[in-house]
Design a protein around this ligand. Structure first.
Ligand code: KG4
Ligand code: ZN
Length: 393
């Protein structure tokens, strides 16, 4: 099965083409094409992702990104003369509809033959709704013009299932082998912190979630307090790692570990963030002090994440633990989870995506789409809608 996947939920415009063989018990994935454009430099000056700007950039960049991904996959064939009568009819039909068709997409569709793909997948939530709509409308237009089935993908499911990819050296190919259920997913990103249990493929139940800030959000806010740029997660992490390597002594005042011993699998990070704020307020911090704070913050985050995850493993009898989302790139969290699982739950298979594969991309959207397609879960192009708060459960 060949899937074209599109991702525009936040500040990355991404398109991938995957060729997939196999089924739920074992599947081999070849990445035929993968193109991604990050808008981070544009959003940096706003200290966060600015939705209207994200929307504009996605709209501007989707056609070139699509062209690049299909070109890399050798699936871009110029029309020998002019659009086939069938394509022409589809395009006329498309023009008569409200799918927000841009001139550059229409020109693109006229220029190339219908590519040899089996389905078009697109993230329809969660994320920034104006940004999501650009991708959804784009995918709908392609589905109509090319008469291909459409698959709506939950972004968090993409993060979760991409953790299962094995044998990935350079993003060009990988496989997902037999997976032991129940599976527990810890999804940690800029917008989400949740523990999700799956009793089988694609059937999810929410086990715990943050009651206030997401972990990535806490990282980004602490970064700002320490005078670091957006997105601050990787920079806080680097500062903390440097402090660890240099043997900088621990901070005298321990930061709180919010909700660590309560009887739920829920999280809270706003108190931790406020505690950092009190530490840095009205003070001119030395680099060493910043490193100490970053390290203590990381230790507090990893300890809370681990404790709640361990509780969720006990509650769900999980056999596999998958980490996903941008924050799962964090070296300290990866280290803590690897050590703790080996020491306390050696029977649980820990799956963490390659660090380069934790940030938003379209390959993970293609992976999730494949499992949806196996179950014939296609979307109706008339009714597929972007939903900023789309839930997995
Ligand atoms: O999944 P993602 O790319 O976008 C969302 O769907 O939110 O996650 C982005 C978040 C940001 O908050 C960023 O600061 C954080 O992931 N992040 C990290 C690291 N790399 C990215 N946080 C901590 N350590 C990292 N190495
Ligand atoms: Zn994400």
């Amino acid at each position: 099965m060949r899937i074209l996947a599109i991702e525009t939920s936040c500040d990355e415009t991404a398109v991938s083409v995957l060729d997939i063989e196999g089924g739920e018990s074992a599947a081999q994935f070849k990445v035929l094409g993968n193109a991604l454009l990050s808008q981070i430099d544009i959003h940096k000056e706003y200290g966060g992702v600015f939705p209207a700007l994200a929307k504009r950039e996605h709209a501007k960049n989707l056609v070139p990104i699509l062209e690049s991904a299909l070109g890399e996959a050798h699936l871009l064939m110029s029309q020998s003369t002019e659009p086939s009568p069938e394509l022409r009819t589809n395009l006329e039909e498309l023009l008569s509809r409200e799918v927000g068709l841009s001139d550059n997409l229409f020109n693109f569709l006229q220029r190339y033959d219908v590519p040899k793909i089996d389905a078009i997948a697109v993230t329809h939530g969660p994320g920034l709704e104006p940004a999501l709509w650009v991708g959804v409308n784009f995918a709908k237009a392609l589905a109509l013009a090319w008469q291909k089935p459409l698959i709506g993908v939950n972004h968090m499911e993409g993060h979760l299932l991409s953790a299962l990819a094995e044998g990935m050296d350079d993003l060009s190919s990988f496989e997902i082998r037999e997976t032991a259920f129940p599976l527990l997913g810890l999804l940690i990103s800029g917008g989400h912190t949740e523990l999700v249990a799956a009793s089988d493929w694609l059937s999810y139940e929410l086990v715990g979630q943050t009651r206030d800030d997401a972990v990535g959000e806490a990282y980004d806010k602490v970064a700002r307090m320490l005078g670091l740029e957006y997105p601050g997660g990787p920079l806080v992490s680097r500062l903390a790692d440097q402090a660890r390597d240099a043997g900088v002594p621990l901070l005298v005042s321990r930061l709180p570990r919010p909700m660590i011993s309560d009887a739920t699998c829920d999280f809270s990070f706003s108190g931790l963030k406020t505690a950092v704020l009190y530490l840095v307020k009205d003070r001119d911090l030395s680099d060493e002090e910043k490193g100490q704070i970053a390290r203590e913050f990381e230790d507090a985050v990893a300890e809370v994440l681990w404790k709640k995850t361990a509780r969720a493993i006990d509650e769900t009898d999980a056999q596999t633990l998958a980490l996903g989302g941008g924050v799962s790139a964090n070296a300290n969290i990866r280290r803590v989870f690897t050590e703790r699982i080996a020491a306390e739950y050696p029977h649980v298979a820990l799956r963490i995506p390659k660090a380069a594969f934790t940030t938003d991309n379209a390959i993970m959207i293609g992976i999730a789409a494949f499992y949806r397609a196996l179950r014939n879960e296609y979307a109706d192009p008339e009714s597929l809608a972007a939903n900023g708060n789309l839930s997995l459960t």
